[in-house]
Design a protein around this ligand. Structure first.
Ligand code: HEC
Length: 115
């Protein structure tokens, strides 16, 4: 009985820790994300905190904070070229990244969501 409760204590101590680690299994590569954002000209319209033609990334991150599908939604957004409305009122297809690996795109989106 005594040993069993020790094991229980151990398990309950470790499980939440494991869950935390697996949720962030792949760390975000900031350098790669910024490099891609730059080469794909995302930063022309998006600042990290500064409003440009598009919303800043910290505002996007805040908006999607409690959305568990955020990663998938934004991956779709940046790969499918959805229609967006620019500040002068005209609409154009949003810049789409089509020539990068899914891992690179996901890394970029996770970086955006971490701002
Ligand atoms: C020509 C300017 C422009 C460029 C270049 C641009 N964006 Fe955007 N982006 C916008 C605008 C404007 C919006 C807001 C769209 C809306 O709310 O309808 C937006 C929205 C977004 C959103 C939020 C989408 C949502 O569903 O809330 C993300 C994420 C995003 N852009 C990422 C990127 C990435 C990554 C790149 C580079 C591949 C990029 N943008 C390049 C103008 C741009």
């Amino acid at each position: 009985m005594k040993n069993r409760s020790k094991i229980q204590v151990l398990l309950f101590g470790i499980l939440p820790l494991l869950a935390t680690f697996s949720a962030s299994a792949e760390p975000i590569n900031n350098d790669d994300a910024i490099k891609l954002a730059r080469s794909a000209h995302c930063l022309r319209c998006h600042g990290v905190t500064k409003k440009k033609e598009g919303p800043p990334y910290n505002v996007i991150a805040a908006f999607y904070k409690s959305n568990k599908d955020a990663e998938e939604v934004l991956i779709e957004h940046v790969t499918m070229g959805a229609k967006v409305k620019l500040s002068d009122g005209h609409k154009e297809n949003h810049k789409a990244i089509s020539d990068k690996s899914p891992e690179q795109v996901r890394n970029l989106v996770r970086w955006i969501l971490a701002q």
